[in-house]
Design a protein around this ligand. Structure first.
Ligand SMILES: [Zn+2]
Ligand SMILES: [Zn+2]
Length: 343
């Protein structure tokens, strides 16, 4: 089978590798149908996020079951499935309490398409992928839901959703601030989720005109950063719920500064460097909750699928281009926000 191999910054090539196959009873082999480009993928492809190749790329997918092990639940060849990108068993303590990004049955970070950081599992930009623990991890693609719209649900869409879902459940109708940036689609999905979950006012701050236009179309109060002064975009306004999808220091500083006393700020990245400065004194004085960590893909995806199937959230609204797998090497570094690869 062929797979898209990251072989170093700027070097992406389709390579022939042995076919993925069932290796354990709970495995299913899936043929990817549609794959969404994760916000992290262009950074990896360009070498901005230091990861050593070679490894196969792509991890947000909808696929079709082609083979199954003896204990792979009810899945049958031909079933269309949403595939959470993290590997999770469903039986360990973390999995059972919904902390599916920390499954104890696999190495930390185990996921598709992230090479050594993902413990070398298969990848979505491949003809076939082996999915471990498929009886637990896979979700059925709801009838009528386009794989192109659904393929990002178990990663970037869920990531945006989780930034606002619990905070809005605690504070119904509350205003939300989303600081956009490098986690380009996650920030916009946070806007969508906040609107879908009933936030009364969603403010979106960014320095990118295209993302600001998208946020405006999605119903946010979109505010451009002028002269590099991110904090000035909100002035003295404070928000009980803030989201840092910017990833860089100025955006993170704005998100924390604009968080109201006793509010919650969620960062979707720890930044590309090993350490990041945080104003802990300010955070302590305000008593804010600062959430940082990866999404729990399997645990979060069902709620997102439910919002999407009920028509409250449309992941496809921010897709800039749908391109064939053949075009993935170039499209992986397309500067636009959201690209979907179609098998
Ligand atoms: Zn991802
Ligand atoms: Zn587990």
């Amino acid at each position: 089978m062929r797979t898209l191999m990251f072989e170093g910054p700027g070097a992406l090539h389709w390579r022939e590798v042995p076919d993925a196959r069932v290796e354990h009873g709970r495995d299913v082999v899936v043929r990817p149908l549609a794959v969404a480009r994760c916000d992290l993928d262009p950074a990896i492809a360009l070498g901005l996020y230091p990861m050593a190749g070679p490894f196969p790329m792509g991890h947000e997918m909808v696929g079709e079951v082609v083979d199954r092990g003896d204990s792979a639940g009810d899945w049958q060849p031909g079933d269309r499935v949403v595939v959470p990108f993290q590997i999770s068993c469903g039986e360990c303590v973390p999995c059972r309490i919904g902390r599916t990004n920390a499954c104890a049955a696999v190495p930390p970070g185990a996921s598709f398409g992230l090479g050594p950081a993902g413990a070398h599992h298969g990848s979505a930009l491949s003809d076939l992928v082996r999915v471990p623990f498929a009886d637990f991890s896979l979700l059925p693609l709801p009838d009528g839901l386009d794989p192109v719209a659904a393929c990002g649900i178990p990663d970037n869409v869920a990531d945006g959703y989780r930034c606002v879902a619990d905070p809005l459940a605690d504070r119904p109708g509350e205003a939300v601030l989303v600081v956009g940036g490098l986690a380009a689609s996650v920030g916009l999905y946070a806007v969508m989720a906040a609107r879908a979950l009933g936030s009364g006012h969603v403010v979106y701050v960014d320095d990118d005109p295209a993302r600001l236009d998208r946020a405006d179309e999605l119903g946010a109060d979109a505010r451009a950063v002028v002269g590099g002064d991110w904090v000035a975009a909100v002035g003295r306004e404070r928000f009980a719920i803030t989201v840092d999808a910017n990833v860089l220091d100025p955006g993170r500083t704005l998100a924390i500064t604009a968080t109201a006393p006793c509010g919650t700020c969620t960062s979707v990245s720890g930044g590309a460097g090993r350490t990041v400065e945080l104003p802990l004194g300010v955070m302590y004085a305000k008593g804010i909750t600062y959430e940082v960590g990866r999404v729990h893909a399997r645990a979060t995806a069902p709620a997102v699928l439910d919002l999407v199937t009920r028509g409250h959230l449309d992941p496809a609204a921010i897709i800039d281009a749908v391109v064939p797998f053949d075009d993935a090497p170039g499209a992986m570094v397309d500067p636009r926000t959201k690209i979907v690869f179609l098998a």
